[in-house]
Design a protein around this ligand. Structure first.
Ligand code: F6R
Length: 364
């Protein structure tokens, strides 16, 4: 049941801390506090490259995974949505890995890629919530998330659980590829293991998010901006808003704003920024100043330090706990999904069963 919540989506948003915590706990060695994944069906040290694929939200989780695996584990990645990759016929390396991400394990296009790449001799590793699924049976290795059942059509806690597994995979590969030292690994691992507590603090932000939601609910179009590792979180936010509130939203890499979409900006098109104070903060800030100068209404998710710099230009801020840049995409997902939920409430849509959508897309 809904445990007293109005919707499954509301309940599942509250389960983010649990989904992250349980997923990490399953792969944390209790004595060393090291993240330990099952043995890979190949040697990560000599893996030449990997392909990541998925659909929808799971694809955006894969985009975060690409940033991590490339920048931390130094592994070259090809990534595409499954419906495209399926028919692209790209050359595959000897002994490569295909990494599939799916909550249900039944999505037709992702399964289609699994079968195509298996024929190409790629080792199939799947990150799944439903482990006893078709993808689970056909994979060489399943990395399970422990998110629990997700009933709401719009994915929430499965996304942060997927990211938790991807982060653990990144650290494991980085260790085996010899590109990270023990102390760096320990620090990054600790940031991850601290996340359930930080995520629990984020649950207190529903009120602040609701204020922001009132601006969005009036709009016909919304622009989401992020940079680097937070760009896919902007994409996840725009998808979730479209999906459950039926408001048109687009996500852009903040640096792309001046290459076209800036012409859309006026007071009727709110700009939502995912802007933790990481190394790219100043660049995002200057993009937001450009949007503001053209009459844009700026709404931002940031931390205390970012808030000081954004207070002049932003109409509403949601201020998150300080976290390391490595784990910021996981934490920032939560209020971004909360925003879509609060807007849908204001719009009075069918939050758990949005029109035209099914929880599991088993046809092409
Ligand atoms: C978005 C959403 C969909 C799914 C997509 C993939 O909220 O729920 O975009 O993420 O259909 O589904 P799975 O993960 O089951 O393969």
């Amino acid at each position: 049941g809904k445990d007293g919540y109005r919707h499954f989506m509301e309940k599942e948003l509250h389960e983010h801390p649990l989904a992250i915590g349980q997923t990490l706990q399953r792969i944390t060695d209790p004595t060393t506090r090291q993240l330990v994944l099952p043995e890979m069906p190949f040697d990560p040290a000599t893996l030449p490259r990997a392909t990541i694929t998925a659909c929808g939200s799971a694809f955006y989780a894969g985009m975060v995974g690409r940033y991590w695996l490339e920048s931390i584990a130094r592994l070259p990645i090809d990534i595409d949505v499954a419906s495209e990759l399926r028919y692209r016929n790209p050359p595959q390396p000897n002994q490569g890995m295909a990494l599939l991400i799916s909550q249900s394990g039944e999505t037709a296009d992702t399964l289609g890629v699994l079968r195509v790449l298996k024929k190409e001799q790629q080792k199939i590793v799947s990150i799944l919530n439903v482990e006893h699924s078709t993808m689970g049976r056909e994979s060489d290795l399943v990395l399970g998330m422990v998110a629990g059942p997700e009933i709401s059509v719009a994915s929430t806690k499965a996304f942060t659980a997927q990211l938790s597994v991807l982060a653990a995979l990144t650290l494991t590969f980085a260790r085996k590829r010899g590109v990270i030292n023990a102390q760096q690994e320990r620090e990054l691992t600790n940031h991850l293991l601290d996340l359930p507590s930080r995520a629990a603090e984020v649950m207190k932000l529903f009120g602040a998010v609701r204020v922001m939601a009132r601006v969005i609910a009036q709009a016909r179009d919304v622009l989401y901006l992020g940079r680097g590792i937070c760009m896919p979180i902007a994409q996840e936010g725009a998808l979730k808003l479209k999906e459950i509130s039926y408001i048109h939203a687009e996500a852009y890499a903040a640096g792309e704003l001046k290459h076209g979409p800036i012409s859309l900006i006026d007071p009727s098109v709110p700009v939502v920024a995912i802007a933790p104070s990481t190394i790219l903060f100043d660049k995002t800030l200057s993009n937001l100043q450009e949007a503001k100068a053209r009459g844009g209404r700026i709404l931002a998710f940031t931390d205390a330090k970012g808030a000081e710099r954004l207070s002049d230009i932003a109409e509403h801020l949601v201020i998150l706990p300080d976290v390391d840049a490595f784990v910021a995409p996981i934490l920032y997902t939560i209020p971004v999904q909360m925003l879509a939920y609060e807007v849908a409430l204001l719009k009075g849509t069918d939050v758990d069963q949005p029109r035209n959508l099914a929880k599991s897309v088993t046809v092409e």
